[in-house]
Every structure is written in structure tokens, then in C-alpha cells.
Design a binder for this molecule. Structure first.
Ligand code: HEC
Ligand code: HEC
Length: 410
């Protein structure tokens, strides 16, 4: 397959940036979660060349016309955002990574495409800025569950993402910057180092918002008082609990998430069209309806299902951390397993007996859990603050459910 070969060659160039020794990625032992990186089975996508490439020359072309004024724009970030080699730690300071515009973190560095999603993950009220960079010449593959080649993988949740998910090529870097009250507090990086290995890093910005330090490689993370709220910095080991193989490792970029206009520096344009124009797909993405904005004006059912898809289905899907419920977009209610007795303490410790009682949010543990702030809180990680819109949406959705939605619940 020539696309695959092209991809491998590109990754070798990219990985060569930091490589001192030639070292096949295939020698990495799969250890999902253990070190903030994740693996799926199979062999790695070719050995790493070990040929060093200067600066960011391996990356340029892919997003010409975007991201401003050329390499080095954004205050000394000239390293080129290389992906750390096997066995190497990422730089301890964000400025040394070259992945973020340190002066204006809401603006893209050269080579990065800024993007937004229609249905965002609730992040305790933080404002988020997202960027992606695909290595020059590499292509994004869009999952197409209606194609005979991919239908089985979609059906058994093994393909890596949902219908319309963008499978990013080796060498891809994704950046998300978080601000509270107008001040940047955290940067998260997702990098695809090889066919099997994804890397996840978090950086904590200092009070003056001048520099950010690498967060530790653990499953605990760190809490910090920011204004009136406690902000949780996930530990590196917590990232793969949501960024799973089944959900496709990278979670946002997909046709249903990106079918909307973005205000690019050169004018507003639909994001799928923009990336098509930039030649970033291996085939034209099949049009799919966008996930509704949970805070928007679409029909209640569709908004609620969009919210569950993004905030809950990463874990609550067959391949997820808790596959006993399926909250994916498009699943018929009868297949979501929401009518069942709660598995956890049904009717005890204040917990409602059933996951969902149609028409009755207060008797539904699903509602209870999204309003909880203790260890019963859902989502299980990544949030300390009840989402006023999301929690109400779930309550309204349950309240509007006809009693016949579930079989009799004794
Ligand atoms: C509670 C689940 C959850 C946890 C924990 C989590 N993420 Fe994410 N992350 C998401 C979801 C869902 C998206 C896509 C929606 C969005 O961007 O709002 C996302 C998006 C991102 C993006 C943008 C690219 C992409 O994959 O869509 C980056 C970068 C990122 N996360 C990095 C991290 C890192 C690094 C960590 C750990 C320090 C982490 N995330 C922990 C759920 C999570
Ligand atoms: C990071 C993974 C993760 C995310 C994201 C997540 N959950 Fe969970 N959820 C779990 C795990 C693990 C359990 C089982 C342990 C427990 O009950 O606390 C669970 C349990 C539950 C239960 C109880 C099931 C039972 O039978 O007792 C409900 C209801 C629930 N989650 C709803 C949600 C909703 C709604 C969201 C999104 C707002 C969500 N979860 C997001 C991991 C997650």
C-alpha cells in the first residue's frame, strides 16, 4: 500500500529529528497507561531512520497559508516541536518544545492549523484553543463505517474511533491550551510517534503565564487553586484513560466535530473543506451530520446525545474503561443499557436504584452522578465542577423520556 509506505517514510524523517541512534519503535513493550503512552497490538510502522533533520523543515508545507508568519513566530519557539524518541523524556519546559506560541498561546505557530469542535469536552469552564499539525505529505484517514472494509471494525468497536473519526498519521502533533479567566493555565500535547505509540504530555503554566513546566508521569495529577475553583492537572497516566485505542487515541478531530466554520486568519471557512483544500486527507471525507452544540438550539435528544458522545462515551463504549453502558452517538436507547439496575450500590448510600428511570431524573443514577462532586462524580476524571449546561441537559433528556423507553422497572 503506497499510502502506508509514504506515511512510514515520513515518520522516519520526523522521528529522526531527535534521534541520536537508530532505534525501531517496534522494540517498545506495549504498556498502556503505565507511562502516559498507549499501544495497540501489531508491529510498528518501520524503523526509525536516525537521519537528523534540521529545525522544522520536515513539517513545513502541510498547512501553508495558515498559522502566521513562518518558523520562529511566537517568541523563540524555534525547536520545531519534535516528537520525543523512544526512551526520551520530553523537554521539561514548554518553551523548549517548540509546540506552542509562548507569547500568544491562543494563536497557532507556523505549520499548525487551529481548529474548534462543535461539541466540546466540558473542562470546568476553561476556554480552550486547539491546534493540529500533520507531517508534510502524510494523510489523515477518515473512518467510514459504511464501507465494507471498515464496517466490521466499527461494529465490534475495534477500528479506532467512530464513523467519521479522523485517524491521524504518524508524526501528528495535537495541542490544546486551557485558559481560566483569560489566563492560560495548562497546555496538553498528544503526539503520534509510531503506528502503535501515542504520547501524552501536560504542562502547567506559571502565575505570570510566561513559561510552563512538564507535569509528572503519574496517575494522580495535581490540583491547584485558580481563582474560585480547584483546577485539576491530570497526571500523564490519566490521559490514556480517555484517549483510548477504541476511541481512536485522538478524540476531537472528526467530520461530525469539525463540520463548522472556523475564523482562519485568511477568512472564515468550513474546517473540513479547509483541510481538504490543504490536501490533508487520503480520500474526500464522506459528509456526515455535525454533532449538535449541547448549548445550542437543536432538538433536546440530539443535544443530549452529542454531549454523552463527547463527555462520556470515551469510557462508556464496548472497548472503553466501563463498557457496561454504551453512550455513543447513534446508539438506539435500547442498546445503551441505561434501563438496568445500577451496578454500584443500587438504592444505597443515596444512590438511585436504576441508571435511568424515564421521566424521573432524581431517581436516575445517571443524573445523580453528574451532579456529584465526591468520588461518585462522573465523568470519573478530568472535572471538579458540575457542568451547568451538561447536567441540566441530561436531566431534561431523562425528564422528557417516555415511560415506555424502558421495560417495567420494579
Ligand atoms: C475525561 C477524559 C479526558 C482526559 C482525562 C484527558 N482528555 Fe484530552 N480530550 C478529551 C476529549 C473528549 C477531547 C476532545 C474534545 C475536545 O477537544 O474538547 C480531548 C482533546 C484533547 C486534545 C486535542 C486533540 C484531541 O485528541 O482531540 C489534546 C491535545 C488532549 N486532549 C490532551 C490530553 C492530555 C495530554 C491529557 C492528560 C494530561 C488528557 N488529554 C486527558 C478527553 C480527555
Ligand atoms: C474516564 C472514564 C469515564 C468517563 C469519562 C465517564 N465515566 Fe461513568 N463510569 C466510569 C467507571 C469506571 C464507572 C464504574 C465505577 C463507578 O461506578 O464509579 C462508571 C460508572 C458510571 C455510572 C454508574 C453505572 C452503574 O451501573 O452503577 C453512571 C450512571 C455513569 N458512569 C455515567 C457517566 C456519565 C453520564 C458520564 C459523562 C458525563 C460518564 N459516566 C463519564 C468511567 C467513566
Amino acid at each position: 500500500m503506497s499510502t502506508e509506505l509514504t506515511r512510514m517514510r515520513d515518520s522516519a524523517v520526523l522521528l529522526g529529528v531527535l534521534a541520536a541512534v537508530a532505534c525501531g519503535d517496534g522494540t517498545e513493550a506495549p504498556s498502556p497507561g503505565a507511562s502516559g503512552s498507549s499501544s495497540i497490538g501489531g508491529s510498528a510502522g518501520g524503523g526509525v531512520g536516525g537521519t537528523a533533520v534540521a529545525g522544522s523543515s520536515g513539517f513545513s508545507g502541510s498547512s501553508a497559508g495558515l498559522g502566521g508568519t513562518g518558523a520562529g513566530a511566537g517568541g523563540g519557539s524555534a525547536v520545531g516541536c519534535a516528537i520525543p524518541e523512544n526512551g526520551m523524556e520530553p523537554p521539561s519546559l514548554l518553551s523548549q518544545t517548540g509546540c506552542v506560541n509562548m507569547v500568544e498561546p491562543s494563536k497557532p505557530l507556523a505549520g499548525f492549523v487551529p481548529y474548534s469542535v462543535r461539541s466540546p469536552l466540558w473542562s470546568d469552564g476553561a476556554e480552550k484553543h486547539r491546534f493540529l499539525r500533520v507531517p508534510s505529505g502524510s494523510k489523515i484517514h477518515v473512518v467510514d463505517c459504511s464501507s465494507p472494509a471498515e464496517a466490521a471494525g466499527c461494529a465490534d468497536d475495534s477500528i479506532g474511533g467512530d464513523d467519521g473519526h479522523w485517524q491521524m498519521p504518524v508524526g501528528t502533533v495535537l495541542v490544546k491550551n486551557f485558559s481560566l479567566g483569560g489566563k492560560i493555565i495548562e497546555t496538553r500535547l498528544v503526539m503520534r510517534r509510531s503506528m502503535t505509540r501515542w504520547l501524552f504530555y501536560g504542562y502547567e503554566w506559571n502565575e505570570g503565564a510566561t513559561e510552563a513546566a512538564l507535569l509528572p508521569d503519574d496517575e494522580v495529577g495535581k490540583d491547584r487553586q485558580v481563582g474560585a475553583q480547584v483546577w485539576h492537572y491530570p497526571g500523564r497516566g490519566q490521559c490514556p484513560q480517555c484517549h483510548t485505542p477504541g476511541a481512536g487515541f485522538s478524540l476531537g478531530p472528526s467530520t461530525p466535530q469539525m463540520s463548522s466554520d472556523f475564523p482562519y486568519a485568511e477568512g472564515a471557512m468550513n474546517q473540513v473543506d479547509k483541510l481538504t483544500q490543504l490536501g490533508l486527507f487520503d480520500a474526500p471525507p464522506k459528509p456526515l451530520p455535525g454533532y449538535p452544540d449541547p448549548a445550542g438550539a437543536d432538538e433536546l435528544e440530539a443535544r443530549a446525545r452529542s454531549y454523552l458522545q463527547v463527555n462520556c462515551a470515551v469510557c462508556h463504549r464496548p472497548s472503553g474503561e466501563y463498557g457496561g453502558m454504551d453512550m455513543r452517538w447513534g446508539k438506539p436507547l435500547a442498546d445503551m443499557k441505561l434501563c438496568e439496575l445500577s451496578e454500584r450500590d443500587p438504592g444505597k448510600n443515596g444512590l438511585p436504584k436504576y441508571r435511568v428511570v424515564p421521566g424521573n431524573p432524581t431517581q436516575s443514577s445517571m443524573s445523580f452522578r453528574v451532579h456529584a462532586l465526591d468520588e461518585l462524580r462522573m465523568p470519573e476524571i478530568g472535572s471538579n465542577v458540575v457542568d451547568p449546561i451538561g447536567a441540566k441537559l441530561i436531566d431534561d433528556w431523562i425528564a422528557a423520556m417516555p415511560t415506555t423507553a424502558c421495560p417495567p422497572q420494579p
